[in-house]
Design a protein around this ligand. Structure first.
Ligand code: GLC
Length: 479
């Protein structure tokens, strides 16, 4: 089986969030299951950061020119190999030498070019996959181009497309003015991408793909409702009625996130002996400028500062909690200015209880995962969420709101029979969250229960084992 993953980011090369984790680990897991029967490849843009950091590992495959409407642009194709998976990089300095992955005024054009290159790469390297597995709006056009521009060509005819939605909130919406000039779509394809009066690339990919999935079963059901769908529920209900929509929960790379040998944390530890985790807590206390206090629980958030991650709730009650309770709060992440300001202010007023690092930093995030006791994820919506799984791997007990992938991965702890692997609350309500945080802290104070819970949490299997097979089932069905 030949599979090509197209995405705008993948670990370890370029990363701004969970998508990079998935594209950096699912292909390897699939390859491992398929063994010699699998020819698994990935393609991402060659951002300038990649050129700098991975130069020695990359090999130039070929150079072609790629047309996009009236443009005719250079496209270098580079490659490397990771655990049996070939990773291609699309090189064009004009589009990808920006010092940032996204947020440029011409993102639509940049990813249209990338998407066109993905289709052209297939012929340039003579790799016509059975499955094109595209991810999120940035590669939505690969699916649209495959079906609307290339499928009549013999070589492309048997390629089937799976489109994965990692977050419905990001849809790739643009003005109709650029339909043909930038997206190279003729007027008769307008209806394919048209939604609510503008171009919506996510909608176009949902309509064109042979199969659509999202990253947990619960989220796949949630996005059929108006509350979660960011306006796309009509399209998704249609896809669901056609039997085209499903949910597969993500796994994490359990080798990369492994407290037993993680080089980024102060002390390594394992399920068999989690006790050195105390040294990681001390390390985190030092990083945060806190005095050493083993009996004060540290509650961490590692998150993009976006309101749908549950920050309305945090803003409503966090001060009340830190001012009155024996607890410390630490946060790592960047995002919306209003949220950054809120946390700066809080950290300035409670320097011995609140510490923040407003940056995106993978190595530092591991110190947060390993050093904290509790991990807070009160999302308003959460397609899957990886942090709750990563935190668990490091024995840091998650507190989550029951939605999307959080509901599918974290079961509420029951102190009487010891079942469950975290703390949960149902309603998007600040005081519900507060009472669960307080309950979790009371469990933290009970050493025998807590030590047991930490072990239970560390022992949950969040690897790709099961989900990689579910993806392979879909690929096989489509083929
Ligand atoms: C997005 C989602 C997150 C998911 C990740 C990987 O970042 O917001 O919930 O885990 O994609 O699929």
């Amino acid at each position: 089986m030949k599979i090509l993953y197209a995405a705008s980011e993948a670990l370890p090369f370029a990363s701004s969030g969970g998508l990079a984790d998935v594209v950096g680990s699912l292909p390897q897991a699939v390859k491992e299951v398929l063994g010699r029967d699998g020819d698994v490849r990935v393609v991402i843009p060659m951002y300038s950061q990649i050129r700098g950091k991975f130069a020695e590992q990359l090999e130039l495959v070929t150079e072609i020119n790629v047309r996009l409407s009236w443009r005719n642009q250079y496209c270098g194709i580079w490659k490397t190999e990771r655990s049996g998976v070939t990773v291609y990089f699309i090189d064009n300095l004009y589009y990808f030498d920006r010092g940032t992955l996204y947020g440029c005024h011409d993102d639509g054009e940049r990813f249209a070019f990338f998407s066109k290159c993905v289709l052209e790469l297939m012929s340039a390297v003579h790799f016509y996959p059975d499955i094109l597995h595209a991810n999120d709006w940035q590669t939505a056009l690969t699916v649209i181009y495959l079906k609307r521009k290339y499928a009549h060509l013999e070589e492309y005819r048997s390629t089937r497309a799976l489109f994965t939605i990692h977050n419905i909130d990001y849809q790739g919406q643009f003005d109709f003015g650029i339909l043909s000039d930038v997206f190279e779509l003729p007027e008769w394809d307008r209806s394919v991408v048209e939604y609510n009066g503008c171009i919506n690339l996510l909608k176009g990919a949902i309509v064109c793909a042979d199969m659509v999935n999202t990253v947990s079963q619960t989220y796949a059901r949630e996005i059929l409702t108006e509350y979660f769908s960011s306006g796309l529920h009509h399209i998704l209900r249609q896809a669901d009625a056609e039997g085209k929509l499903t949910g597969i929960v993500n796994g994490i790379d359990v080798d990369y996130y492994n407290p037993e040998n993680d080089p980024d944390i102060a002390a390594n530890y394992s399920y068999a002996d989690p006790s050195p985790k105390a040294l990681d807590k001390e390390d985190l206390e030092n990083i945060c400028g806190f005095a050493h206090a083993p009996d004060t629980p540290i509650i961490a958030m590692v998150s993009r500062l976006a309101s749908h991650k549950g920050f309305d709730l945090v803003r409503r009650v966090l001060e009340e909690i830190v001012a009155n309770d024996n607890i410390r709060f630490v946060l790592l992440g960047t995002g919306e200015t209003a949220l950054e300001d809120y946390f700066r202010d809080l950290a300035a007023r409670y320097p011995d209880r609140v510490a923040i690092r407003l940056e995106y930093n993978k190595a530092l995030s591991k110190k947060f995962y390993a050093g904290a006791d509790l991990f807070l994820m009160p999302s308003k919506s959460e397609p899957c969420g990886l942090s709750q799984m990563i935190a668990s791997r490091y024995g840091t007990v998650p507190i989550v709101r029951e939605c999307g992938g959080l509901a599918d991965t974290i079961r509420p702890y029951n102190e009487y029979d010891g079942t469950g692997n975290g703390f949960t609350f149902t309603n998007y309500n600040a005081h519900d969250m507060m009472s669960v945080i307080r309950y979790a802290c009371s469990m933290f104070a009970d050493h025998s229960k807590w030590d047991n819970l930490v072990k239970v949490v560390m022992n949950v299997d969040f690897s790709w084992n099961v989900s990689a097979k579910r993806y392979i089932d879909i690929y096989a069905r489509l083929k």
